[in-house]
Ligand binder design. Structure first.
Ligand SMILES: Cc1cc2nc3c(=O)[nH]c(=O)nc-3n(C[C@H](O)[C@H](O)[C@H](O)COP(=O)(O)O)c2cc1C
Length: 324
């Protein structure tokens, strides 16, 4: 695929391969790993504007920055323009020159609150939100879905409202809320967004391989792609798309990830919270089901590392311990 830098307001990304905001996954450690494989831009997971204003400790914990992040981007959600503007002006968000507004979250507790994807049904309010966020002085990007229900797309209109209200870039997740994360992305709808606006459009949804990324770019004419679950499974996809030489020793990668987290959190927190990411790293490995049963009982990183070592190095005849 064609690699290029993307202008976002007055900033310029390293390249057009973005790592998605992913609640529970895109923390500083995962972002650091994606950056080390060449990701051009990364985002925090979505943080609540109300949580920020009330200085909620759990919310602030999501704002830890990755050491290699040169252009930090925070993703925010909310539905009150004034609260969102004030949150963006808060001290907690001072290190983030770019803020992405979540217009896609399908989860009931967000949607039923009129936030995330619920805003796809209220263009005037969405426009006021973008304008208020732009008034904070930050550079604003928007992440949208193509609509709420199948057959009722809002992509082009919504993208236009975002642009007219001052957004500097739009990422389109090519699925409706109804689809959650299932099925093929709708290339035609992403293409419509690209044709409707002049600001850069990044395409997202279902990219798990170089071929998927290539197809997404060719079909939609987008300026770049955003990898989500594909990067959780194979963060080295960034290098392979960049045609950068890479070699991945999964065991070393997993150890490195654990060590990054240990620099910040206590041992038990790391062991417990890392298990779900570990499942992504091990997807498709032989013997993983039995391994998962074992690791979900472990609560310290020493035992976790021992299990990982025996999983990869245990039996030389069973194809484990291999380099990708
Ligand atoms: C576990 C999980 C958490 C997610 N959290 C967020 C989030 O915080 N903000 C957001 O905009 N999208 C979030 N998403 C959506 C992803 O960013 C992405 O749009 C979606 O997974 C589609 O891309 P994919 O098919 O390549 O995974 C999340 C998705 C998953 C699976």
């Amino acid at each position: 695929m064609r690699i290029k830098r993307i202008p976002i307001g007055r900033y310029l990304t390293e390249n057009n391969l973005f790592f998605a905001p992913l609640a529970g996954f895109s923390d500083f450690a995962m972002r650091e790993i994606c950056l080390s494989y060449g990701a051009g831009l990364t985002f925090t997971e979505m943080v609540s504007c109300k949580g920020l204003l009330f200085r909620n400790a759990n919310t602030e914990a999501l704002l830890v920055r990755a050491p290699s992040e040169t252009l930090p981007c925070v993703q925010i959600f909310g539905n009150d323009p004034e609260i969102m503007r004030r949150a963006l002006e808060s001290e907690a968000l001072a290190p983030f020159p770019i803020a992405d507004i979540n217009f896609g979250c399908p989860m009931p507790k967000i949607y039923n609150n009129g936030e995330g994807s619920a805003l796809l049904a209220d263009l005037p309010l969405a426009g006021r939100i973008v304008s208020a966020c732009v008034a904070s002085g930050k550079t604003i990007t928007c992440k949208i879905r193509i609509g709420l229900t199948e057959g009722n797309p809002v992509t082009a209109d919504f993208a236009k409202v975002c642009e007219d209200s001052g957004a500097s870039l739009i990422t389109v997740h090519g699925r409706t809320r109804e689809r959650i994360y299932a099925g093929e992305p709708d290339y035609r709808e992403i293409e419509k967004a690209k044709k409707a606006v002049k600001i850069p459009v990044i395409a997202n949804g279902g990219i798990f391989s170089e071929e998927d990324a290539e197809r997404m770019m060719n079909e939609t004419g987008a300026d770049g792609v955003m990898l989500a679950r594909g990067a959780l499974e194979k963060p080295w996809l960034f290098s392979s798309l960049l045609k950068k030489p890479y070699s991945v020793d999964k065991k070393s990668l997993i150890y490195r990830h654990i060590d990054l987290l240990k620099g910040r959190y206590d041992d038990r927190t790391v062991a417990v919270s890392f298990r779900k990411q570990l499942c992504y790293y091990l997807k498709g490995e032989p013997g993983v089901t039995r391994f998962k049963e074992k690791i979900f009982r472990l609560t310290d990183t020493e035992s976790l590392k021992e299990e990982i070592a025996s999983f990869f190095d245990g039996d030389p005849g069973d194809e484990k311990g291999r380099t990708v």
